[in-house]
Design a binder for this molecule. Sequence first.
Ligand code: 5RP
Length: 226
Amino acid sequence: MDQDRQKKNAARAALNEVQDGMVVGLGTGSTAAYFIQALSNRVHEENWRIETVATSKESAELARSLGLIVKDIDEVSAIDLTVDGADEVDPKLNGIKGGGAALLFEKVVALRSKKNVWLIDESKLSPRLGAFLLPVEVIEFGAQQVYRTFVHMGLHPRFRMQNERDRKKTDSGHNIIDLDISAVADLSQLAEQLKSITGVVEHGLFLGICDKAIIGSDPIKEIERP
Ligand code: 5RP
Protein backbone atom coordinates (compact mmCIF):
# COMPACT_ATOMS: atom_id res chain seq x y z
CA MET A 1 0.00 0.00 0.00
CA ASP A 2 1.43 3.39 -0.91
CA GLN A 3 2.63 5.87 1.70
CA ASP A 4 -0.22 8.31 1.25
CA ARG A 5 -2.92 5.67 1.70
CA GLN A 6 -1.17 4.44 4.84
CA LYS A 7 -1.19 7.99 6.21
CA LYS A 8 -4.94 8.30 5.54
CA ASN A 9 -5.62 4.88 7.10
CA ALA A 10 -3.67 5.76 10.23
CA ALA A 11 -5.50 9.10 10.46
CA ARG A 12 -8.89 7.37 10.32
CA ALA A 13 -7.83 4.77 12.90
CA ALA A 14 -6.72 7.52 15.28
CA LEU A 15 -10.35 8.62 15.65
CA ASN A 16 -10.75 5.64 18.03
CA GLU A 17 -8.58 7.57 20.46
CA VAL A 18 -10.87 10.63 20.51
CA GLN A 19 -13.89 11.09 22.77
CA ASP A 20 -16.49 13.82 22.94
CA GLY A 21 -15.42 16.68 25.23
CA MET A 22 -11.69 16.22 24.76
CA VAL A 23 -9.06 18.90 24.16
CA VAL A 24 -7.04 17.51 21.24
CA GLY A 25 -3.55 18.60 20.18
CA LEU A 26 -3.16 18.76 16.42
CA GLY A 27 0.20 17.87 14.90
CA THR A 28 1.73 19.28 11.73
CA GLY A 29 2.47 17.74 8.35
CA SER A 30 0.62 15.75 5.71
CA THR A 31 -0.43 12.90 8.04
CA ALA A 32 -1.59 15.30 10.73
CA ALA A 33 -3.58 17.14 8.05
CA TYR A 34 -5.42 13.90 7.19
CA PHE A 35 -6.21 13.50 10.88
CA ILE A 36 -7.50 17.08 11.14
CA GLN A 37 -9.80 16.40 8.19
CA ALA A 38 -11.04 13.10 9.69
CA LEU A 39 -11.54 14.73 13.10
CA SER A 40 -13.53 17.58 11.61
CA ASN A 41 -15.80 15.11 9.79
CA ARG A 42 -16.39 13.15 13.00
CA VAL A 43 -17.03 16.28 15.09
CA HIS A 44 -19.66 17.50 12.63
CA GLU A 45 -21.30 14.08 12.15
CA GLU A 46 -21.55 13.39 15.88
CA ASN A 47 -22.09 16.97 16.99
CA TRP A 48 -19.14 16.60 19.36
CA ARG A 49 -17.82 19.38 21.56
CA ILE A 50 -14.08 19.16 20.90
CA GLU A 51 -11.51 21.89 21.42
CA THR A 52 -8.14 21.75 19.71
CA VAL A 53 -4.67 23.22 20.17
CA ALA A 54 -2.52 23.48 17.05
CA THR A 55 1.25 22.96 16.68
CA SER A 56 1.68 25.34 13.73
CA LYS A 57 -0.01 28.19 11.91
CA GLU A 58 -0.61 25.79 9.03
CA SER A 59 -2.52 23.28 11.20
CA ALA A 60 -4.44 26.04 12.99
CA GLU A 61 -5.55 27.50 9.66
CA LEU A 62 -6.58 24.11 8.31
CA ALA A 63 -8.50 23.21 11.46
CA ARG A 64 -10.32 26.57 11.53
CA SER A 65 -11.15 26.31 7.83
CA LEU A 66 -12.78 22.93 8.59
CA GLY A 67 -14.86 24.41 11.40
CA LEU A 68 -12.89 23.08 14.38
CA ILE A 69 -12.47 25.20 17.51
CA VAL A 70 -8.78 26.11 17.85
CA LYS A 71 -7.62 27.48 21.19
CA ASP A 72 -4.32 29.01 22.17
CA ILE A 73 -2.34 26.54 24.30
CA ASP A 74 -2.54 28.95 27.24
CA GLU A 75 -6.34 29.03 27.05
CA VAL A 76 -6.75 25.34 27.91
CA SER A 77 -6.16 23.77 31.32
CA ALA A 78 -5.13 20.37 29.93
CA ILE A 79 -4.61 18.58 26.62
CA ASP A 80 -6.16 15.10 26.68
CA LEU A 81 -4.63 13.71 23.53
CA THR A 82 -2.23 14.86 20.82
CA VAL A 83 -2.16 13.21 17.41
CA ASP A 84 0.85 13.95 15.23
CA GLY A 85 3.02 12.48 12.51
CA ALA A 86 6.72 11.64 12.81
CA ASP A 87 9.73 11.33 10.52
CA GLU A 88 11.40 8.26 11.99
CA VAL A 89 10.34 5.95 14.82
CA ASP A 90 12.25 3.17 16.58
CA PRO A 91 10.74 0.05 18.24
CA LYS A 92 10.65 1.81 21.65
CA LEU A 93 8.69 4.69 20.10
CA ASN A 94 11.51 7.18 20.33
CA GLY A 95 11.37 9.38 17.28
CA ILE A 96 12.70 12.17 15.15
CA LYS A 97 10.30 14.99 14.32
CA GLY A 98 10.60 18.37 12.69
CA GLY A 99 10.63 17.48 9.00
CA GLY A 100 7.92 20.11 8.70
CA ALA A 101 9.90 22.59 10.86
CA ALA A 102 7.24 22.57 13.61
CA LEU A 103 9.26 20.66 16.21
CA LEU A 104 9.27 23.39 18.87
CA PHE A 105 5.50 23.83 19.11
CA GLU A 106 5.06 20.08 18.58
CA LYS A 107 7.25 19.34 21.59
CA VAL A 108 5.63 22.01 23.77
CA VAL A 109 2.19 20.57 23.02
CA ALA A 110 3.32 16.92 23.31
CA LEU A 111 4.92 17.44 26.71
CA ARG A 112 1.68 18.99 28.02
CA SER A 113 -0.50 16.17 26.65
CA LYS A 114 -1.86 13.27 28.67
CA LYS A 115 -1.43 10.95 25.70
CA ASN A 116 0.59 11.21 22.49
CA VAL A 117 -0.28 9.16 19.43
CA TRP A 118 1.85 9.20 16.28
CA LEU A 119 0.52 8.27 12.87
CA ILE A 120 3.07 6.78 10.51
CA ASP A 121 3.48 4.63 7.46
CA GLU A 122 5.75 1.57 7.48
CA SER A 123 8.65 3.41 5.81
CA LYS A 124 9.14 5.49 8.97
CA LEU A 125 9.89 2.53 11.23
CA SER A 126 13.58 2.09 11.83
CA PRO A 127 15.58 -0.23 14.11
CA ARG A 128 17.76 2.71 15.14
CA LEU A 129 17.16 6.45 14.73
CA GLY A 130 19.48 8.37 12.44
CA ALA A 131 18.40 7.65 8.90
CA PHE A 132 16.46 10.94 8.96
CA LEU A 133 18.50 14.12 9.51
CA LEU A 134 17.82 15.57 12.96
CA PRO A 135 16.22 19.04 12.81
CA VAL A 136 17.46 21.54 15.40
CA GLU A 137 15.78 24.93 15.87
CA VAL A 138 18.31 27.73 16.39
CA ILE A 139 17.83 31.45 16.97
CA GLU A 140 18.89 33.80 14.18
CA PHE A 141 21.47 35.68 16.28
CA GLY A 142 24.70 33.68 16.24
CA ALA A 143 23.26 30.86 14.14
CA GLN A 144 26.52 30.57 12.21
CA GLN A 145 28.41 30.11 15.50
CA VAL A 146 26.08 27.31 16.54
CA TYR A 147 26.55 25.80 13.07
CA ARG A 148 30.34 25.77 13.70
CA THR A 149 29.82 24.03 17.04
CA PHE A 150 27.88 21.32 15.20
CA VAL A 151 30.74 20.98 12.68
CA HIS A 152 33.16 20.44 15.58
CA MET A 153 30.80 17.84 17.05
CA GLY A 154 31.07 15.89 13.77
CA LEU A 155 27.35 16.29 13.02
CA HIS A 156 27.69 17.51 9.40
CA PRO A 157 25.19 20.38 9.80
CA ARG A 158 23.24 22.01 7.01
CA PHE A 159 20.94 25.01 7.23
CA ARG A 160 17.50 24.13 5.94
CA MET A 161 16.73 26.41 3.01
CA GLN A 162 13.44 27.92 1.85
CA ASN A 163 14.88 28.47 -1.60
CA GLU A 164 18.39 28.84 -3.08
CA ARG A 165 19.02 32.12 -1.22
CA ASP A 166 16.89 32.21 1.93
CA ARG A 167 17.02 30.05 5.00
CA LYS A 168 13.85 28.31 6.10
CA LYS A 169 12.21 30.10 9.03
CA THR A 170 10.00 28.42 11.61
CA ASP A 171 6.69 29.86 12.87
CA SER A 172 8.80 31.54 15.58
CA GLY A 173 11.21 33.06 13.04
CA HIS A 174 14.07 30.71 13.94
CA ASN A 175 16.46 28.76 11.69
CA ILE A 176 16.51 25.01 11.26
CA ILE A 177 19.86 23.22 11.12
CA ASP A 178 19.65 19.55 10.08
CA LEU A 179 22.23 17.19 11.61
CA ASP A 180 23.53 13.81 10.58
CA ILE A 181 23.27 11.74 13.76
CA SER A 182 23.77 8.34 12.11
CA ALA A 183 27.12 7.85 13.87
CA VAL A 184 25.95 8.99 17.33
CA ALA A 185 25.81 6.07 19.80
CA ASP A 186 24.01 7.71 22.75
CA LEU A 187 21.01 9.74 21.67
CA SER A 188 19.93 10.72 25.22
CA GLN A 189 23.36 12.21 25.77
CA LEU A 190 23.15 14.03 22.42
CA ALA A 191 19.72 15.41 23.39
CA GLU A 192 21.21 16.83 26.60
CA GLN A 193 24.25 18.23 24.78
CA LEU A 194 22.08 19.97 22.19
CA LYS A 195 19.87 21.55 24.87
CA SER A 196 22.97 22.89 26.64
CA ILE A 197 24.13 24.93 23.62
CA THR A 198 23.05 28.56 23.98
CA GLY A 199 21.21 29.57 20.82
CA VAL A 200 19.59 26.15 20.39
CA VAL A 201 15.89 26.46 21.12
CA GLU A 202 14.86 22.82 20.66
CA HIS A 203 15.79 19.64 18.82
CA GLY A 204 13.69 17.04 17.06
CA LEU A 205 14.64 14.06 19.23
CA PHE A 206 11.38 13.03 20.91
CA LEU A 207 12.56 10.43 23.43
CA GLY A 208 10.02 8.70 25.65
CA ILE A 209 7.20 11.03 24.58
CA CYS A 210 5.05 8.92 22.24
CA ASP A 211 2.61 6.51 23.92
CA LYS A 212 1.27 4.78 20.84
CA ALA A 213 2.16 4.60 17.15
CA ILE A 214 -0.50 3.71 14.62
CA ILE A 215 0.93 2.32 11.39
CA GLY A 216 -1.51 2.71 8.53
CA SER A 217 -0.60 -0.57 6.82
CA ASP A 218 -3.17 -3.19 5.83
CA PRO A 219 -3.99 -4.46 8.40
CA ILE A 220 -3.36 -1.50 10.69
CA LYS A 221 -0.69 -2.10 13.34
CA GLU A 222 -0.38 -0.39 16.68
CA ILE A 223 2.71 -0.24 18.88
CA GLU A 224 2.45 0.86 22.51
CA ARG A 225 5.42 2.28 24.38
CA PRO A 226 6.98 -0.51 26.49
C1 5RP B 1 6.54 18.40 11.36
C2 5RP B 1 6.68 16.96 11.73
C3 5RP B 1 5.84 16.00 10.98
O1 5RP B 1 5.03 15.33 11.87
C4 5RP B 1 6.74 15.03 10.25
O2 5RP B 1 7.62 15.75 9.43
C5 5RP B 1 5.93 14.02 9.41
O3 5RP B 1 5.35 14.70 8.32
P1 5RP B 1 4.42 13.96 7.28
O4 5RP B 1 3.21 13.49 8.02
O5 5RP B 1 4.12 15.01 6.24
O6 5RP B 1 5.18 12.80 6.68
O7 5RP B 1 7.43 16.58 12.59
O8 5RP B 1 7.47 19.20 12.04
